[in-house]
Write a protein that binds this ligand. Structure first.
Ligand SMILES: Nc1ncnc2c1ncn2[C@@H]1O[C@H](COP(=O)(O)OP(=O)(O)O)[C@@H](O)[C@H]1O
Ligand SMILES: [Mg+2]
Length: 598
C-alpha cells in the first residue's frame, strides 16, 4: 500500500445515509432522551414564533394602519416585540441544551472508544498506525460534535420553517403560494448542481488535509533523520507543493460558495418580482389586501435562508456520517477471541503459581500465513532459568510474546503450571509473568511514576527495592532522584537508565516468572555490569527465560534452547550442546570472540 492510498482511507466514503450507522448514532443520543425532546420542542416553538411575525405585519397593515387604528398598531408592535424576545430566549436555551447533549455524546463515545482500543489485541496495533487511531478519537468525534453544534437540529428547524411558511402562505392566499412554489424547481436545480460540486470539493479538501497531516506527522517524527541527511530544503519544497494543492482546492470551494449564495438570492428576487407583478395587479383591483401582500413578501424573504442553510449543512452532515462510520467500524474491531477458551471466571492469585512453564507443539504466526514458531515444545521447572539462543529473526521474542499472550497462538498449548494459559485471565497471567524487553516504554512524568506506574508506594519502599538490586548508582546519577522528570518516551535517558527503570518496575510487580529479552543490549559497560548483577538477583528465586547476547549470562542458566527459523533445533546444558557440535557450538565460538574483544 502506498502512502496516498493509505490516507485516502481516511477520506469521506460518499455515503450520507447508512441505516446501521444512524441507528448506532441514535442509540447514543437516546441516552439523553429528555433533553433531546426538550430541544426538538424548543425548535418547533421557535419556528412557530418565527412564522407569526410576517402574519402580524400584514394584520397590522390591514387592520391597523390602513384603518387608522393606531392603538391596534401599537398593540401588534408590542406583540411582535414580545414574540421576538421569547423566540430569542428559546434560541439561547435551545442552543445551550443541544450543545450540552452534543458534548455528552462526544464524551461517551470517546470513553467507549478508548476502552475498546485498550482491549484490542497487540496485533491490531501492528496493522493500524497510531495516527489513524488518534484521529478516530479526536477529529472523528469532533465531526460528530459538529452535528449538534451546527448540524442536525438546525436543519430540523430549517425544514420546519420551510413547511411552516408554505402552510402559512396557502392559508393566506393559495394562488400567491402556488406562484412562489413555481420557482422551486429552479432552486432544486441550483441546490443539486452546487451541492454535488461542493460535496466533491469538500471531499477533495479533506483528502488534501489528510496528506498535509500525514506529511507533517512523518516529518516531525523523523526530524532527526531529516536534519542529519540535509533533507530540509527538499522536504520544504514537497510540503509547499502539498500545501499549494490544498489552497487551490479551498479556493475552488470558496468560489462555489461565493456563487451559490447570490444564485439563491436571485431566485428569491425572482419570487419577489413574480409576487409583486401578480399581487400588485390583484391589490389594485381590490382582490387582495396590502397586508397580505406585505406578509407574503416577508415570508418569501424568510423562505430562502433555510434552503441555503440546508445545502450548506449537507457537508457537515456527510462528514459526521463518515466519521461515525469509521468510529463504529473501530468499535467493531474484535479482540481475537475465536480460539480463546472462555474464561472460567476463577480468580487467579499470584501465590497459586509455582512458575512451571510448558510449551506443547506450539505453532504461531503474526499474519496467519507464515509460521514464525513451528511446533515448539519445551519445559521449564519452577525456579529454573533457561536461555533462548539464536540469530536475529529466529523467533526468540515471539516466544515471549505468546507466553505473555500479547499474541495468541494458532496451534498447540502453553501451560503455566498445569493450566492452559488461555484459561487464565490476562490480568492474572500478567501478574504472574513479567517481561523486561529491549524497548522500554516510558511515560512523560517523574521517575517515581515511571517506576511505580502510579501504584501507591512510599519512596522508602521504592528506594529499598532499588537498593536491594544494587541499582542505587542510577538514582545517584539522576539530578533530582525520584523526582527527576522523564521526557516523553524517555527521550532524555540512556539505554542503561531505561533498563534500570524497567527492571525496578518488574520487581515491584514481583512476578513468579520473569522474561528478559535482550535487556542488556546497547549499554555502556558500567551500566551493563550493574544491570547484569541486578538481573542475576532478580532471576534467583524465579522461573526465568533469558534472551541475551552475553555468554556470561547464558552460562548462568540451567538450560539452553537454540532457535533457528522458528524451530527449536537444540536443547540442553552448555556442555551438552557444545558436545553436540551443532549451531550452538558455532554461536559459542562467535560469542567467545566477542567476549574477548569487549
Ligand atoms: N509484529 C510482527 N508482525 C509480523 N511479523 C513479525 C512481528 N514481529 C516479528 N515478526 C517476524 O517474526 C520472525 C521472528 O521474529 P522475532 O521473534 O522477533 O525474532 P528474534 O527475537 O529471534 O530476533 C521474524 O521473521 C520477524 O520478521
Ligand atoms: Mg528479539
Amino acid at each position: 500500500m502506498n502512502k496516498e492510498e493509505f490516507f485516502t482511507e481516511d477520506v469521506l466514503t460518499g455515503k450520507v445515509y447508512d441505516r446501521t450507522v444512524i441507528k448506532k448514532l441514535l442509540s447514543y443520543i437516546l441516552r439523553y432522551k429528555g433533553a433531546g425532546v426538550i430541544s426538538v420542542l424548543m425548535v418547533v416553538a421557535t419556528t412557530a414564533l418565527f412564522l407569526m411575525s410576517p402574519y402580524l405585519f400584514g394584520y397590522a397593515i390591514d387592520h391597523g394602519i390602513t384603518m387608522g387604528n393606531i392603538s391596534l398598531t401599537y398593540k401588534i408592535a408590542l406583540y411582535i416585540l414580545g414574540i421576538q424576545s421569547l423566540r430569542l430566549l428559546l434560541i439561547i436555551l435551545q442552543s445551550y441544551n443541544i450543545q450540552v447533549i452534543g458534548q455528552k455524546v462526544m464524551l461517551d463515545m470517546r470513553m467507549e472508544l478508548f476502552r475498546h482500543v485498550q482491549s484490542l489485541p497487540v496485533s491490531f496495533f501492528d496493522k493500524n498506525p497510531v495516527g489513524r487511531i488518534v484521529t478516530r478519537l479526536t477529529n472523528d468525534i469532533a465531526a460528530i460534535g459538529e452535528l449538534f453544534s451546527a448540524g442536525v437540529i438546525v436543519v430540523i428547524g430549517d425544514i420546519c420553517i420551510i413547511i411552516g411558511i408554505f402552510v402559512a402562505m396557502f392559508m393566506l392566499n393559495w394562488k400567491l403560494a402556488l406562484i412562489t412554489l413555481s420557482v422551486f424547481p429552479i432552486i432544486v436545480i441550483i441546490a443539486l448542481w452546487f451541492g454535488s460540486r461542493m460535496k466533491n470539493s469538500f471531499r477533495e479538501i479533506r483528502r488534501k488535509l489528510a496528506s498535509i497531516n500525514a506529511y507533517l506527522n512523518e516529518n516531525i517524527n523523523g526530524m532527526k533523520v531529516i536534519q542529519l541527511f540535509n533533507r530540509e530544503k527538499k522536504n520544504y519544497e514537497k510540503f509547499d507543493k502539498i500545501n499549494d494543492e490544498y489552497l487551490k482546492e479551498q479556493v475552488k470551494y470558496i468560489r462555489y460558495f461565493a456563487v451559490f449564495q447570490p444564485a439563491i438570492n436571485m431566485v428569491s428576487a425572482l419570487a419577489v418580482g413574480l409576487i409583486l407583478w401578480y399581487g400588485a395587479g390583484k391589490y389594485i383591483h381590490g382582490f387582495l389586501t396590502l397586508g397580505i401582500l406585505v406578509a407574503f413578501l416577508s415570508y418569501i424573504h424568510d423562505l430562502f435562508d433555510p434552503i441555503r442553510d440546508i445545502v450548506e449543512k449537507y457537508n457537515i452532515f456527510q462528514g459526521a456520517m463518515a466519521s461515525a462510520e469509521r468510529i463504529f467500524s473501530l468499535m467493531g474491531e474484535q479482540a481475537e477471541v475465536d480460539y480463546v477458551i472462555p474464561n472460567p471466571g476463577r480468580e487467579v492469585l499470584k501465590g497459586d503459581f509455582h512458575g512451571a512453564i510448558q510449551f506443547e507443539n506450539v505453532w504461531f504466526s503474526y499474519t496467519g500465513n507464515d509460521y514464525v514458531l513451528k511446533d515448539i515444545s519445551f519445559r521449564i521447572e519452577p525456579g529454573q532459568s533457561i536461555a533462548l539462543v539464536g540469530v536475529t529473526g529466529s523467533g526468540k521474542t515471539s516466544i515471549t510474546s505468546v507466553l505473555t499472550r500479547l499474541y495468541e497462538i494458532q496451534k498447540g498449548t502453553i501451560f503455566l503450571d498445569q493450566i492452559d494459559i488461555r484459561k487464565i485471565e490476562k490480568i492474572g497471567l500478567r501478574h504472574v509473568i513479567g517481561l523486561v524487553g529491549q524497548d522500554v516504554f516510558l511515560f512523560a512524568g517523574t521517575l517515581r511514576e515511571n517506576i511505580t506506574l502510579f501504584n501507591p508506594l512510599s519512596d522508602a519502599e521504592v528506594l529499598g527495592i532499588i537498593d536491594s538490586l544494587g541499582l542505587m548508582p542510577f538514582i545517584d546519577r539522576m539530578h533530582r532522584g525520584l523526582d527527576t522528570e522523564i521526557a516523553e518516551r524517555g527521550a532524555n535517558l540512556s539505554a542503561g537508565e531505561r533498563q534500570f527503570i524497567s527492571l525496578s518496575r518488574i520487581i515491584i510487580y514481583d512476578p513468579r516468572v520473569i522474561i528478559l529479552d535482550e535487556a542488556t543490549s546497547n549499554m555502556d559497560p558500567i551500566a551493563e555490569v550493574l544491570i547484569q548483577n541486578a538481573l542475576h538477583k532478580v532471576t534467583m528465586d524465579r522461573t526465568s527465560m533469558i534472551i541475551a547476547h552475553r555468554l556470561s549470562t547464558i552460562l548462568h542458566c540451567d538450560k539452553i534452547i537454540v532457535m533457528n527459523k522458528g524451530e527449536k533445533i537444540e536443547e540442553g546444558s552448555h556442555e551438552e550442546l557444545l558436545r553436540q557440535g551443532g549451531l550452538y557450538n558455532q554461536l559459542y565460538k562467535v560469542y567467545m570472540k566477542e567476549e574477548l574483544l569487549t
